[in-house]
Design a protein around this ligand. Structure first.
Ligand SMILES: Nc1nc2c(c(=O)[nH]1)N[C@H]1C(S)=C(S)[C@@H](COP(=O)(O)OP(=O)(O)OC[C@H]3O[C@@H](n4cnc5c(=O)[nH]c(N)nc54)[C@H](O)[C@@H]3O)O[C@H]1N2
Ligand SMILES: Nc1nc2c(c(=O)[nH]1)N[C@H]1C(S)=C(S)[C@@H](COP(=O)(O)OP(=O)(O)OC[C@H]3O[C@@H](n4cnc5c(=O)[nH]c(N)nc54)[C@H](O)[C@@H]3O)O[C@H]1N2
Ligand code: SF4
Ligand SMILES: [Mo]
Length: 812
């Protein structure tokens, strides 16, 4: 999960001189082979078998962290796995400790189901029937089909599906905007682009209308805060590593003693006794809560009027743009003088959110009178169908209270992190300029040429000219498991007259891999040499130099070899353009030399290899989002059209006028609350009474690690249901239940718990779909995407995968 995966989110990459972490040196990190440190040598003596060597690696899945691994290898097999042993238990000089998943990587590497040979589909798509073939046959078939599709349909018919299985390295990296597959396709005429991500589609689209970008203060700055308010943010589960955020949320709060309020339909692991208050909220209604609080702040004179006058557009009449309607400002909307003539009182908000009115009043007073306050949101709220409005609404709290651009405050977005210099494999330019939202690719298969800019968010052109005919799926499971509405995806993909060729490059026969025509077995990141930077780690950046833990087993090949061999088959000029005559190792050395040229304080290549991990603290200390703007708004305007915080966005007003959206969809210039399809107040609730979403779960990183037995046992796949809802349905803890709606049905044990509010249910997302697709289609793997919809959000055309209505029954 780096910024390449989550385009538009906060990340600063500063190239500044810095120091080697004194502590890494103190721990003796520079000269011993395989990163052995004195302290561990003792541990090693006691526990590791003779002949054992220790190899530095990293866990490179898309979980928001990035952890160092020290893999113990005997006879070319990984036998056990430890984590970082450099640094101390002090934030900023801390150990980057792996979570339960990274520590179990051996069980993924040595998994009996790992793909070992290239294969070709023999049954129908999705049946999972394959025959082993040679690499030559696999690559020849693939290349012939790629040539044929490009010749017949043009490059716009080739699509690289969203995939985040490998994040961050110089070379091993799966993002469709940045992978070796991307480079290959750019050498061969290009491909249909995509914008947005499954992670942040709605917030990264919406936030720039308000702030011009999507930045947040670093979490370490909480040490200057008096209050922490988190909307749908669960770092204890979604940034689990010792390098990450929870760790220092704790340490920073220990310094500042800030109160912490968690606003979430679930009592999360981030709460888990750390919180001062948990406020359960109905999914998709945060904007109503904010509006109710805004009513209190305004009527009790708790807003920072000077900040609103000087830094913002559209709070009240004074700063309302000339092209806006009379009373089109935020204050009018809140007080009931706007178009809908409804005052957004705490009572109004209470009926929507399920939060008592006096609690809303108390929260508003606390937020309005405690400064500085670190108000932030995770990405759960923006994965609801009205997430574009919600994400902009949440940031109104810090805006109204003037908490933006100051130490201990925040913009209302998620935190930023600091990163050391990294130089990635250049992907060259895509000659095709057309792009679709990454969530709408299934529609681009079925009705590509009908998709337009104003209706479907096609960018770069008025409409698509051709449907998708060829799909690359490298280190991704969004072809099936992670995309919404699996039963629909199945019907589309099974028909090989529509999309004619699907290439999957993975380590396992995942739900997506079952739909491959050609299935290629990749090496894992820990099996090849690469350099990888931190992900969300606050204000300490680091680099990990990964060494191959073992030799390549069976016929698994590294992605650089695979893509080079395809380039060779596409022609000598393409091969030369793709490889530039370099081997994988030569590329790494070349890219690292560019890193050193930009950042001369980095250790030399060989020194880094021996160290394994190199850490450096952000020389600027805490990052404060929009600090320059706050200090001097004239010299440092925001990237919005007015240069100010646009509470009212004229650009959104234009879009709302021009775009063709459905009657139940809302695009608004103001960050208002609007209800949505399949929301709490939808008439569909008569049939499907329970709201359901799939949270990001510690058992897996999406679907990655989902096949590791010890993780399955430690963190069970269950549906959370409140005792009130369970009792009405005769469901008891552990009962097998069916969760269903008109899109599908899955089976899963019930977790009956007051940790989720009544009327709402949830399960970990990313479980492996497991259904007989030509039979009853009941998903015994309990993948939440059996139940989600492919209908996109109105503005971002992003994934509303957290907005679902279902019914739950006990299986008798
Ligand atoms: N309902 C619902 N759906 C969601 C979400 C949700 O909240 N709810 N979240 C969405 C989000 S935010 C995201 S980012 C996506 C994530 O969806 P994906 O990007 O598909 O992520 P993973 O499920 O981890 O799949 C990664 C794939 O990469 C493979 N892989 C891992 N390492 C390697 C390697 O070294 N080489 C190769 N070749 N393959 C490798 C894994 O085996 C796995 O098949 O899911 C989205 N889907
Ligand atoms: N262990 C683990 N860590 C991960 C991942 C993983 O799969 N597993 N995935 C990684 C990736 S790629 C991403 S994008 C991030 C995702 O990070 P997020 O999107 O922040 O994670 P979610 O669990 O979807 O949502 C965060 C919280 O929002 C709550 N929530 C849901 N809907 C609403 C709502 O309408 N209002 C409010 N207030 N709260 C709501 C959920 O209960 C949850 O606790 O996580 C990353 N980290
Ligand atoms: S899954 Fe994430 S937190 Fe866990 S070890 Fe891997 S990178 Fe670290
Ligand atoms: Mo994500």
């Amino acid at each position: 999960m780096s910024s390449d995966e989550h385009s538009g989110i906060s990340r600063r990459t500063l190239v500044k001189s810095g120091m080697l972490s004194g502590l890494a040196l103190a721990a003796g990190g520079v000269s011993l082979p395989f990163g052995l440190r004195p302290a561990t040598a003792a541990v090693k003596q006691g526990m590791a078998p003779a002949g054992d060597k220790v190899v530095w690696g990293a866990c490179s899945v898309n979980c928001g962290s990035r952890c160092a691994l020290r893999l113990h290898v005997t006879n070319d097999e990984v036998t056990w796995v430890e984590t970082d042993n450099t640094g101390f238990d002090i934030y900023g000089d801390h150990q980057v400790r792996a979570c339960l998943r990274g520590r179990s990587i051996r069980r993924r590497m040595n998994h009996p189901d790992r793909l070992n040979y290239p294969m070709k589909r023999v049954g129908k798509r999705g049946e999972g029937k394959f025959r082993r073939i040679s690499w030559d046959e696999a690559l020849d078939t693939l290349t012939a089909n790629l040539k044929r599709v490009v010749k017949t349909w043009g490059n716009e018919a080739v699509y690289i599906n969203y995939s985040s299985g490998i994040v961050g390295g110089n070379i091993t990296r799966s993002s469709p905007s940045a992978s070796l597959v991307t480079r290959l396709m750019n050498c061969y005429g290009g491909f249909l682009n995509q914008y947005g991500t499954y992670s942040t589609a709605q917030i990264s689209c919406a936030m720039p209308y308000t702030y011009g970008s999507n930045l947040g203060n670093s979490t370490s700055d909480i040490q200057n805060s008096k209050l922490v308010v988190m909307f749908g943010n669960n770092p204890a589960e979604t940034r689990m590593s010792g390098g990450g955020i929870t760790y220092f949320l704790e340490q920073a709060r220990a310094i500042s003693n800030a109160r912490m309020i968690i606003i979430d339909p679930r009592y999360t692991d981030t709460a888990a006794g750390r919180e001062d208050e948990w406020v359960p909220i109905r999914p998709g209604t945060d904007a109503a809560l904010v509006s109710g609080m805004a009513w209190v702040l305004i009527t009790e004179n708790l807003v920072d009027q000077a900040f609103l006058d000087d830094y913002c557009v559209g709070y009240d009449e004074k700063t309302l743009p000339a092209d806006a309607p009379a009373n089109g400002h935020y204050k009018a909307w809140i007080l009931g003088a706007g178009e809908d003539k409804t005052p957004k009182t705490p009572q109004w908000a209470s009926a929507i959110t399920g939060i008592p009115a006096d609690k809303i009043i108390q929260l508003a007073r606390e937020i309005g009178s405690t400064k500085p306050a670190y108000i932030c949101q995770g990405w759960g709220p923006q994965r609801q169908a009205n997430g574009e409005l919600t994400s902009r609404a949440i940031v109104m709290l810090p805006i109204l209270t003037g908490n933006v651009g100051i130490n201990g405050g925040n913009s209302g977005a998620r935190e930023s992190t600091w990163t050391i210099t990294i130089e990635r494999m250049p992907v060259l330019n895509n000659p095709v300029k057309t792009a679709i939202s990454c969530f709408t690719w299934t529609d681009a298969i079925t009705r590509g040429p009908e998709m337009t800019a104003l209706r479907d968010g096609v960018r770069g052109k008025e409409k698509l000219d051709v449907p998708i005919k060829f799909i690359w799926n490298y280190a991704g499971n969004t072809l099936v498991n992670q995309h919404a509405q699996i039963n629909r995806t199945h019907d589309i993909l099974q028909d090989d007259k529509q999309c004619e060729m699907i290439v999957v490059i993975d380590n396992f026969l995942t739900a997506s891999a079952k739909y491959a025509d050609i299935l290629l077995p990749d090496l894992m990141t820990v099996e090849q040499e690469d350099i990888i930077p931190n992900d969300y780690a606050g204000n300490m950046g680091y680099l990990i130099f990964i060494q191959p833990a073992t030799s390549a087993k069976f016929e698994r090949k590294p992605i650089y070899w695979i893509t080079s061999e395809i380039a060779r088959r596409l022609g000598p000029d393409i091969y030369q353009k793709f490889t530039e005559g370099r081997t994988q190792r030569e590329w790494l050395q070349y890219l690292y030399s560019k890193m050193i040229a930009r950042d001369p304080k980095l250790p030399q290549y060989e020194a880094l290899r021996e160290m394994g991990i190199y850490k450096r603290k952000d020389p600027d200390g805490h990052f404060v989002a929009y600090k320059d703007f706050r200090d001097d708004p004239v010299a440092h305007p925001l990237k919005t059209p007015s240069g100010k915080i646009e509470i009212y966005s004229s650009r959104l007003a234009d879009i709302a006028r021009q775009w063709e959206i459905k009657p139940d969809e809302v695009i608004s210039p103001l960050p208002i609350y609007a209800s949505t399809f399949e929301g709490w107040d939808s008439s569909d609730r008569r049939q499907w009474p329970l709201q359901l979403f799939g949270f990001h779960y510690k058992a897996r990183t999406h679907s990655s690690y989902g096949n590791v037995d010890v993780l399955q046992a430690a963190c069970r796949q269950e549906v959370w249901i409140n005792p009130v809802d369970a009792q009405q349905r005769g469901i008891q803890q552990g009962d097998m239940v069916r969760v269903f709606n008109e899109r599908g049905e899955l089976r899963i044990p019930a977790k009956v718990t007051p940790r989720i509010m009544p009327g709402v249910t949830a399960m970990g997302q990313g479980a492996w779909h497991n259904a007989s697709m030509n039979g009853d289609r009941i998903d015994h793997g309990a993948c939440v995407n059996t139940l989600t919809t492919q209908r996109p959000s109105p503005l971002a055309k992003g994934n509303p995968q957290h907005t679902n209505l279902v019914e739950i029954e006990k299986v008798l």
